[in-house]
Structures are given as C-alpha cells and as structure tokens.
Design a protein around this ligand. Structure first.
Ligand code: NAD
Ligand code: DAU
Length: 342
C-alpha cells in the first residue's frame, strides 16, 4: 500500500509516519512544505528508511502537488498539513484559509485525478465550537467554529464531504480532541508549560483558567487514524477522544506536581479572544465501528511526556531560541519580553 501523508514533519504527522512504517510493506511519502511548525528532526530516525521519502512541497502549489501524485500512484492520502495554532489565526487568518481550505481542495482534486483509493481528512473537535457545562460533541453536532483556525478546518471538512456527495469520492473525516506527547511544538500549552518550567520561566494561563479540554495521547490518536483509514466507511465522520476532560488549571497542577514546581509559577494573562469554554468528545461511534480503544492513561502518559521534554532539551531549545521567539514576545506582550530576558 502506498500512502501520501501531508504534514508529516509536524507533531501528529511525525507520529503517524512512524506508526505507518511499522506496517509491513507500506510505503509512505510525506508532503510537507516545512513551515515554522515542521521539523525534519521529528523524523530523523526514519529518514534513511527505503519505504519513506519527503517532498518539500506546499499543499497550495497545484503543479508541484500534481507532480507528486503523478509519480506516487497512491492508494490513500492522509491529510494533516495545516496551520494549526488558534492564537496565530487570531493574529491573521489568511494563511489559514490558503493552507486549510485551498490546500485541501487542491489535494482532493489531485486525488480524484489520479484515482486515489481513499482520502482521509484529519480534522478537529474545534469545528463543533464550544460546549456549556454539560454534553458532548457527537458526529451529528452542528458545525459552529469560533476561531479563524476552526472555521478554516470546518471549511476543509465540508469540501471533503461535498466531494463524496458530488463525485462519490472515497473520503473519511476524523475529528479529534486535544493531543499531547513528544514532538509537540512548544507554542501549544502542555509543551509550553513543561519547557518554561524546565527553563525556570512562568506559565501564562489565559483568563480564569477554567476552560476545559479533552486530552488524548498522540499515539492513541494516530492509532485511530489507521483504523479510520482501513475500517472507516466512505463519506463518514469519526470523532476521537479519550474521555479525559481537564480544566487548564488541573493540567497546570498535574504538571507542577511532576516538575516539582510551586503554584506561583502560574501567571494569569489576558484571555484569548473568543476563547472556547469547553470541548468534550463522545467517541462511541469510533469505538463501535472501528474498534477504537485508547491505550494510554492520562497520569502515565503525561509523566512520559514530561520525561521526553526533560531528555530532549536540544530539540525544544533549538525551536525556542529560533524564529518562534518573535511570536512569543509579540503574543505574550511584556510577559514575553520579561520571559525572554529572564
Ligand atoms: P503542526 O502544526 O504540529 O504540524 C503541521 C505540519 O503541516 C507542519 O509539519 C507544517 O510544516 C506542515 N504544513 C503547514 N502548512 C503546509 C503547507 N501549506 N503545505 C505542506 N505542509 C504544510 O500540527 P499538528 O498539531 O500535528 O496537527 C496536524 C493536523 O491534525 C492538523 O490538520 C490539525 O488541524 C489536526 N488536529 C490537531 C490536534 C492537536 O491537538 N494538535 C487535534 C485534532 C486535530
Ligand atoms: O481541540 C483540538 C485542537 O487543540 C487542535 O485542533 C489545535 O490544532 C490545537 O492547537 C489545540 O487547540 P487549543 O487552542 O485547545 O490548544 P492550545 O494548546 O493552544 O490551548 C489549550 C488551552 O490552554 C486553551 O484553553 C488555551 C489555554 N492556554 C494556551 C496557551 C498557549 C493558556 O492558558 N495559556 C497559553 O499560553
């Protein structure tokens, strides 16, 4: 089986590529333009695998995408490449529309032109918007995205589902909750707090800190993606989550305990604009139809995650001392400057 993975140099994509290569006989081609969020170091261990290669191509580059498909003769596409950070989308949504909407359409068209067997769209629970204190997102929940990021992902999902209804294209859409684990870019809250903790810097917490996210270990998500690819029904949406809701304050407390830090490390900062209050996934359909069963428990997997950042300082120091500094200082205002001068 020949699979094109997009966004394979990012956080989830790199775990997915590694997982796919464990299947005998699978060939993986990775289409990734290497934005600030991509990192060849994430896949250094598979670089020389003869069943793997990387094309430095943008999903928005029609011609280059066509050439990759023409040579690749793919059986499936697993589409993860995206602009993925909500706070960046609040600063400016245009690149999110280009990559997450136009890029998805370009890939869909190429997959049709070259008769690719299946197109898997890797999406997010954020397309459903925000929940009140009760209830869960199911696949039937209305799409009510609130940020430019989630709106662009919802638009991508709709184009994918429209291709199924219009052309009978074989597509599957997955929507997962918040991932955590090794190789996550340290702009996202868990690696940001862990690495700030290891550098002796404070942890910015937005608003009252009572916002809820439903956390899943990245390897459980990636396993779900393989199941959706191989067992999912065409034209269907599958939600993935671990039934693991935590307030941001609870996440911080768990990390403080693991890192042996006092609660004074938390510094309240201005809330995110349009900040979604609560996400919670009902994964029943994926459990029933795909046999999806998350294997990792929060306490163990969070500990494992902290240990990974403790033992991979070079990986995140290179990122935090590079171009990311600029965003960090701008986004966190005077705190960012203070943190950097620390
Ligand atoms: P990431 O930001 O870590 O990685 C994104 C990757 O896409 C990078 O390697 C980047 O270089 C690449 N990329 C960006 N623009 C590109 C373009 N124009 N052409 C080709 N490559 C491009 O993202 P992530 O957190 O690993 O998320 C991967 C996917 O999973 C995204 O589609 C995201 O919406 C979805 N998702 C993420 C989460 C989460 O918690 N992180 C949860 C559910 C779904
Ligand atoms: O739900 C899935 C989504 O999860 C994915 O689609 C996105 O790609 C991914 O980035 C993530 O989005 P969130 O906005 O939930 O993740 P983030 O890590 O940015 O923030 C998690 C929570 O922590 C959120 O309530 C905002 C808060 N936060 C975040 C940062 C960066 C803080 O309190 N302080 C911070 O400095």
């Amino acid at each position: 089986m020949r699979i094109l993975v997009t966004g394979g140099l990012g956080f989830i994509g790199s775990h997915l590529v590694r997982r796919l290569l464990r299947e005998p006989g699978i060939v993986v081609e990775n289409l990734d333009s290497l934005t600030y969020a991509g990192n060849p170091a994430n896949l250094a261990d598979v670089e020389s695998n003869p069943r793997y290669c990387w094309h430095r191509v943008s999903v928005t580059d029609d011609r280059a995408v066509d050439a990759v498909f023409q040579r690749g003769r793919f059986d499936a596409v697993m589409h993860l490449a995206a602009e993925s950070h909500v706070d960046r989308s609040i600063e400016g949504g245009r690149i999110f529309v280009e990559t997450n909407v136009l890029g998805t359409q370009i890939l869909l068209e190429a997959a049709r032109r070259y008769q690719v067997g299946r197109f898997l769209q890797v999406s997010t629970d954020e397309v459903y918007g925000s929940l009140g204190p009760e209830g869960f997102f199911t696949e039937e929940s209305p799409l009510q995205p609130n940020s430019p990021y989630s709106a662009s992902k919802a638009a991508g999902d709709l184009l994918v589902l429209a291709a199924y209804r219009t052309y009978g294209q074989d597509v599957v859409v997955t929507r997962c909750s918040n991932n955590y684990g090794p190789y996550q870019f340290p702009e996202k809250v868990i690696p940001l707090w862990i690495t700030n903790g290891l550098e002796g810097k404070p942890w910015p917490i937005y608003g009252d800190g009572e916002h809820i996210r439903d956390w899943i270990y990245v390897e459980d998500h990636v396993e779900g993606l393989w199941l959706a690819l191989t067992r999912g029904r065409a034209g269907e949406v599958y939600n993935f989550g671990s039934r693991n809701q935590k307030t941001n304050r609870e996440v911080a407390e768990a990390l403080m305990a693991l890192l042996n830090l006092p609660s004074s490390v938390l510094v309240p900062v201005a809330d995110r604009l349009g900040h979604d209050r609560r996400y919670a996934i009902d994964p029943t359909k994926a459990e029933r139809e795909l046999g999806f069963r998350p294997q990792y428990q929060w306490a163990d997997a969070l500990k494992k995650t902290v240990e990974w950042y403790q033992t991979h300082r070079d990986w995140w120091m290179a990122i935090k001392s590079g171009a990311y500094r600029e965003f960090y200082q701008r986004h966190y205002g005077s705190l960012g400057q203070e943190l950097d001068d620390h």
